[in-house]
Design a protein. Structure first.
Length: 112
């Protein structure tokens, strides 16, 4: 285990846990309509029912992908990333996987 893999791994685990923690109230339907927290697309502001449905879906998606990011971080801790530049770049950009649930949530909202 090298220090590069450990640092990048801890960063990704931390980011994944943070994403899951922020998404949990959304997935449970505990966040009422507001303009700063949640899946804030035009469709989600059309009604309370749509707000909760879209945000529950988005929250679940964020939790799944947050867990994937955390798992990638855990794996990175056991890989010698210091000597593998291509792997280091891949693991450094792993938190950008959060764009997948964001896009999926927007597509879901369009159908809602």
């Amino acid at each position: 285990m090298d220090i590069t893999g450990l640092v990048i791994g801890l960063f990704n685990v931390s980011m994944g846990v943070l994403i899951v923690a922020v998404a949990y109230p959304l997935a449970k339907g505990k966040v009422s309509m507001n303009h700063w927290y949640g899946v804030r697309v035009r469709q989600s502001f059309e009604s309370e029912e749509k707000w909760y449905r879209i945000n529950r879906y988005g929250g679940r998606q964020l939790m799944i992908w947050g867990a994937i990011i955390a798992a990638l971080g855990a794996a990175a801790m056991f890989i010698d990333l210091g000597s593998r530049m291509e792997l280091m770049v891949i693991f450094l950009f792993a938190p950008l996987l959060v764009l997948i649930p964001a896009a999926r949530s927007v597509l879901y909202a369009r159908k809602a």
